[in-house]
Design a protein around this ligand. Structure first.
Ligand SMILES: Cc1cc2nc3c(=O)[nH]c(=O)nc-3n(C[C@H](O)[C@H](O)[C@H](O)COP(=O)(O)OP(=O)(O)OC[C@H]3O[C@@H](n4cnc5c(N)ncnc54)[C@H](O)[C@@H]3O)c2cc1C
Length: 203
């Protein structure tokens, strides 16, 4: 982005794991860090499980992990490595599959005959407490942050997008972020000015 200048009445930062880089352009620090996670997908099979299973236990090499069967039959699975892997490397590792498969089979041996189609690696936009950062920072008052979705952005993103669109349309700004809506609590709880001293368990 170099020395380019941009002018608009309102900017929105929704740059995921790159959100901190974008905040820097506006001259402030945003505590959103790229946190590498891998996932895998199996071949599709006839439906045999309904719930998404989340195992929040940790062991020496991993934190929580989850798997579920998509409506199209594939099992999709993901595990939190331990220690966390910070950075932007998208190469798959040789450790992911043995680690997650061992834990999944211990919990649910029936998965043992499934064939894995592929694995991939991406980044959670991680915050210190595992919760998003939403709102207008004091040092960049027309720069709405919609960032830090961590490992829950597929679930929260659509709702948050809708909520922010409404607050913008209702005149939201730094001094009155929710505009003429009832969503003020979202801006309070997810403010960049909060103390990041507790940690969400399922981040
Ligand atoms: C392996 C893995 C499994 C996951 N599983 C789940 C799950 O089961 N459930 C769940 O809820 N979440 C899951 N997540 C987390 C989820 O992917 C993220 O929370 C979510 O994608 C964040 O959404 P976002 O819109 O904030 O950012 P992103 O989806 O990263 O979107 C940011 C966009 O901004 C663009 N961008 C960045 N910089 C610029 C720029 N300078 N100019 C223009 N555009 C830019 C990027 O190209 C990108 O399109 C998973 C993540 C990974 C890696």
């Amino acid at each position: 982005m170099g020395d380019e200048e941009f002018a608009a009445s309102l900017f929105v930062n929704a740059a995921g794991a790159k959100a901190a880089d974008i905040a820097k352009v506006a001259g402030f620090e945003l505590p959103v860090f790229p946190d590498c996670h891998e996932a895998g997908v199996t071949e599709p099979v006839e439906r045999f499980m309904e719930p998404m299973i989340v195992d929040i236990r940790s062991d020496a090499e991993s934190g929580n992990y989850y798997f579920y069967q998509a409506s199209t039959g594939q099992i999709i699975f993901c595990i939190t490595p331990r220690p966390q892997i910070w950075g932007r490397d998208k190469d798959s590792t040789s450790t992911f599959l043995p680690l997650v498969v061992r834990r999944m089979l211990e919990l649910y041996p029936r998965l043992r005959n499934l064939r894995v189609r592929r694995t991939w690696r991406g980044m959670y936009p991680m915050t210190p407490d595992g919760l998003p950062i939403v709102g207008y920072p004091d040092s960049a008052v027309n720069f709405l942050q919609a960032t830090g979705m961590c490992g829950q952005g597929f679930m929260m993103g659509p709702g948050l997008g809708r909520l922010l669109a409404r607050t913008i349309a209702a005149g939201g700004c730094h001094d009155r972020p929710a505009g003429a809506t009832e969503y003020g609590f979202v801006f309070e709880e997810l403010s960049i000015n909060r103390s990041f001293d507790h940690v969400e368990l399922l981040k």
